[in-house]
Design a binder for this molecule. Structure first.
Ligand SMILES: [Zn+2]
Length: 208
């Protein structure tokens, strides 16, 4: 098993590549040419089994359409509905290549990739269909834009965002045993990541 972070344009989104019995890319960024080239350092993109999107914002998901037919694309049902309603045009006016997800998630699904298992947790707040992915044995959390290191958390002022939902989602995440946090932007936390999530929850309750 190998885990690699790829920081992708246009807004430095963290994408995570897991090479296991099955190969998975969590988020793809907004630049198809960039992500394909970056992937090739580690794996033939055709050997990817899954692309899982933490949410539909263009900095994480706009290159997803280029993976259609290459890997199975999984995203939350509500997030796909939002993307469709927006006509695949982001709030920043960037349009995406249209795609239909191969797997529409609702939360609670468990992906078994070999040594790695990822449980889907629906964590609305930053967007209605945001998800986090939890690896229970390794105590890893891939948190998209729901929670970041050092007590930071996702914005709630985008379409479909909700402060109440975000706080509820952080409450769910704060109950998990998390060693390593792999957020959608900025620094990864390796060791005692639950402390960071607890701090985010505390600060979100103060400010939201
Ligand atoms: Zn976002």
């Amino acid at each position: 098993m190998m885990l690699r972070r790829i920081v992708a344009p246009p807004l430095a989104a963290n994408c995570y590549l897991i090479l296991d019995e099955k190969n998975v890319l969590i988020d793809v960024g907004g630049d198809a040419e960039f992500i394909m080239k970056a992937l090739k350092k580690y794996v033939d993109p055709k050997k990817l089994d899954y692309v899982i999107l933490t949410h539909s914002h263009y900095d994480h998901a706009a290159a997803a359409g280029f993976f259609k037919g290459v890997a199975k694309i999984a995203m939350h049902k509500l997030e796909y509905a939002l993307l469709k309603a927006q006509g695949f045009v982001s709030i920043f006016g960037v349009s995406f290549r249209h795609f239909d997800p191969d797997v529409e998630l609702v939360g609670g699904e468990v992906f078994d990739f070999g040594e790695t298992e990822l449980k889907v947790i629906h964590t609305p707040g930053h967007s209605p269909g945001s998800i986090c992915l939890y690896e229970p044995k390794k105590k890893w959390l891939f948190s998209g834009d729901t929670v970041f290191a050092y007590g930071s958390f996702g914005r709630v002022d985008f379409p479909g965002g909700s402060a109440i939902d975000l706080i509820r989602s952080l409450e769910i995440l704060a109950k998990l045993d998390v060693e390593n946090l792999y957020p959608g932007h900025e620094e990864v936390v390796e060791g005692d990541a639950r402390e960071h999530i607890m701090r985010s929850l505390k600060i979100a309750k103060m400010f939201l």
